[in-house]
Design a protein around this ligand. Structure first.
Ligand code: C2E
Ligand code: MG
Ligand code: MG
Ligand code: MG
Length: 278
């Protein structure tokens, strides 16, 4: 019966679902119109040279201002958006908005954009990035795409081909959340990364966990021997920064450098944060 009418089907389906599923379904409905309703926006999080404190780039972090729920954090909606592939148009919006904005900054620093594995499975992500670079005039070398190992998991050959095409375009590739998940070391051998981002969980634990210290030390040593620059994520304290500087971790990101902000001010581009001058 319900088959004859898509909305009837949706309603019947909805009624039979438990609360969590119904929530997710409602969120997915809202996600599919979020772009056209102008509900998405970006926050910018600064990245600094560990040693000098100079601001070297900003990571674009997606925010969703839902009309009833208020600002929904990405951890709450990205999985839902990945499940129904609405991350594909949303991710395209992020890329375009981030590149457009960065092209206008009065300093040619890096702009980091997170890509979902789902964006690699739908359409030609490299062609899309190329088109957006041409359209916005952003120099490819300034764009750093952040991928997680989810991109590398199922089809190694396809992932390698895509990443090589990104390299041909001239964009940078960072492996995000390094150390979590499977983190196979063979990834570092096989894929053309320009940077690793050590996951914040290891940095958080530095003060209390000798294991975390050993892991961070080892990853930094590995980066040094592979000539792979490393960013530490989630740096909140001077102690963490000092530990990382000592081990020649080249870049840091976290509340110590600056919190995500809706604007990239002239000051935030050119002035070293007070806290990093010490
Ligand atoms: P991520 O790419 O690892 O981004 C870093 C997250 O850690 C951000 O959370 C940031 O606000 C938070 N963070 C960084 N430094 C600190 C710190 O010192 N202390 C604390 N407490 N938190 C810190 P956010 O913005 O909630 O983003 C969460 C995740 O959502 C991101 O993790 C990324 O995986 C995903 N995400 C964000 N924007 C996008 C996007 O445009 N596309 C896709 N596919 N994923 C996105
Ligand atoms: Mg990231
Ligand atoms: Mg991360
Ligand atoms: Mg993360």
């Amino acid at each position: 019966r319900a088959k004859a009418d898509g909305r009837g089907l949706a309603r019947g389906f909805e009624a039979g679902m438990d609360l969590a599923l119904r929530e997710r379904w409602a969120m997915q409905q809202d996600l599919s119109t979020a772009i056209s309703r102008n509900e998405m926006f970006l926050h910018w999080m600064p990245q600094a040279n560990t040693e000098t404190g100079e601001i070297v780039g900003f990571e674009a972090l997606l925010r969703w201002k839902h009309p009833e729920r208020g600002v929904v954090p990405p951890a709450q909606f990205i999985p839902a958006a990945e499940q129904n592939a609405s991350i594909v148009p949303i991710g395209e919006w992020v890329l375009r908005a981030a590149c457009r904005e960065a092209a206008r900054w009065p300093k040619a620093c890096k702009v980091a954009v997170n890509l979902s594995p789902v964006q690699f499975q739908h359409g030609d992500i490299v062609a899309l990035v190329h088109e957006i670079l041409l359209e916005t005039g952003l120099s490819p070398a300034r764009l750093e795409i952040e991928i997680t190992e989810g991109v590398l998991l199922d089809d190694h050959a396809a992932a390698l081909n895509t990443l090589r095409r990104f390299k041909t375009l001239g964009v940078q590739i960072a492996l995000d959340d390094f150390g979590t998940g499977y983190s196979s070391l063979s990834y570092l051998q096989s894929f053309p990364f320009d940077r690793l981002k050590i996951d914040a969980s290891f940095i958080k634990a530095l003060a209390t966990s000798p294991q975390a210290q050993a892991i961070v030390r080892s990853v930094l040593a590995l980066g040094e021997s592979l000539r792979l620059p490393i960013t530490a994520e989630g740096v909140e304290t001077q102690e963490q920064r000092a530990f990382l500087a000592e081990l020649r971790c080249d870049e840091i990101q976290g509340y110590l450098v600056g919190r995500p902000s809706p604007v990239v001010s002239f000051q935030s581009l050119f002035e070293k944060p007070q806290r990093l001058l010490a």
